[in-house]
Write a protein that binds this ligand. Structure first.
Ligand SMILES: Cc1cc2nc3c(=O)[nH]c(=O)nc-3n(C[C@H](O)[C@H](O)[C@H](O)COP(=O)(O)O)c2cc1C
Length: 325
């Protein structure tokens, strides 16, 4: 399948794996890239630029296909060494960067001068237009369904994607709630030129996370996510568990007065405990409503091949049949 996204990144299938904290290691990114998608290493999971440079080297040993790095600019107490990370990306020869969070304008000139294509993840049409105006090559339009940070507008993809298509000139991928061939065809129908998946890629054989995490995703339904940190205007969609329910009680009790310190025990330093140690009640971790559509743990290649075969069958048979009728 050929779209402006496959052309931009030099990939076979219009499928991107979004950056995921403590999931987007070299093994994950290489598996997606080897299967014809665009795998993404999560920059900030590597605590220093030197560690990121090493992760990029490891990924290159596992694939000769293009892969990218995610750089997240979120309100953070510590200030990461962004210039160091940018240098590691450029020196490592990476040609794709997924930015997220705050406006990436400051970093675009250096990245683009080095031939890096930048796709900015946005949760609204106005942020997508801003990304286009500052010169991003593409955007990833992340609907309210998504795992992680959906923003504060709560517009689901059935509205957000066609609105983005009305407004944007640069290509975009649909993100949030994407799981299978049906998702891809729907995304293309609504104006996107590919799709970005997070949660679905965690439930794969190659995802370098504890089996408990994969099992939890297969068992979860579309009703099992919660929105946390809404009063802090830093909303995150997470899988519910004992810690999340405790956190929500704190948020209800403190109301508008709630501070980050009140919930730090449930959100800070959680990812290694969940993803590596498999402690499923350790705290809040991002998960999309798409968990309801995850029923198995295939290899990444099986997943991507299945998505493409299903998409082609829907377009060529189901939809063509309707049109012919
Ligand atoms: C466990 C997990 C961790 C994530 N960490 C990040 C991150 O560090 N930076 C980022 O930009 N997005 C992050 N995301 C969001 C994904 O890149 C992607 O936008 C989102 O998962 C898409 O929605 P979906 O889960 O419905 O596919 C994370 C998502 C999950 C599920």
């Amino acid at each position: 399948m050929k779209t402006r996204i496959t052309e931009l990144f030099g990939i076979q299938h219009p499928i991107i794996q979004g950056g995921m904290h403590y999931v987007g290691f070299a093994e994950m990114a290489a598996a997606v890239s080897n299967a014809g998608g665009l795998g993404i290493i999560t920059g900030l999971t590597q605590r220093t630029p030197e560690l990121l440079a090493n992760e990029i080297r490891r990924c290159r040993e596992m694939t000769d296909k293009p892969f990218g790095v995610n750089l997240t600019f979120l309100p953070s107490l510590s200030s990461p060494d962004y210039p160091g990370y940018i240098k590691a990306i450029i020196d490592g020869g990476v040609k794709a960067v997924e930015t997220a969070g705050n406006n990436p304008a400051k970093w675009l000139p250096a990245l683009q001068a080095a031939g890096v294509k930048v796709i900015h993840k946005c949760t609204s049409v106005r942020h997508s237009l801003k990304a286009e105006a500052i010169g991003c090559d593409a955007v990833s339009v992340d609907g309210f369904e998504c795992g992680g940070h959906p923003g504060e507008d709560d517009v689901p993809n059935f509205i957000l994607l066609p609105r983005a298509a009305e407004a944007l000139n640069i290509p975009f991928v649909a993100s949030g709630g994407m799981a299978d061939g049906r998702s891809l065809v729907a995304a293309l129908a609504l104006g996107a030129e590919g799709m970005n998946m997070g949660t679905r890629f965690i439930a794969t054989k190659e995802a370098p996370v504890h089996d408990n995490v994969k099992r939890a995703l297969v068992e979860a339904s579309e009703l099992d996510t919660r929105l946390v940190m809404r009063p802090l205007r830093n909303t995150e969609r997470v899988l519910t568990n004992a810690a999340v329910e405790r956190l929500l009680v704190t948020e209800r009790e403190r109301g508008a007065e709630v501070k980050f310190e009140d919930i730090a025990a449930e959100v800070a330093g959680v990812y290694p405990k969940v993803m590596q140690d498999g402690l499923m009640d350790a705290g809040a971790w991002s998960c999309g409503m798409v968990a309801g559509l995850i029923h198995d743990v295939p290899t990444v290649r099986e997943l991507i091949d299945r998505i493409m075969a299903e998409a082609e069958s829907i377009i060529g048979k189901r939809l063509a049949g309707f049109a012919a009728g």
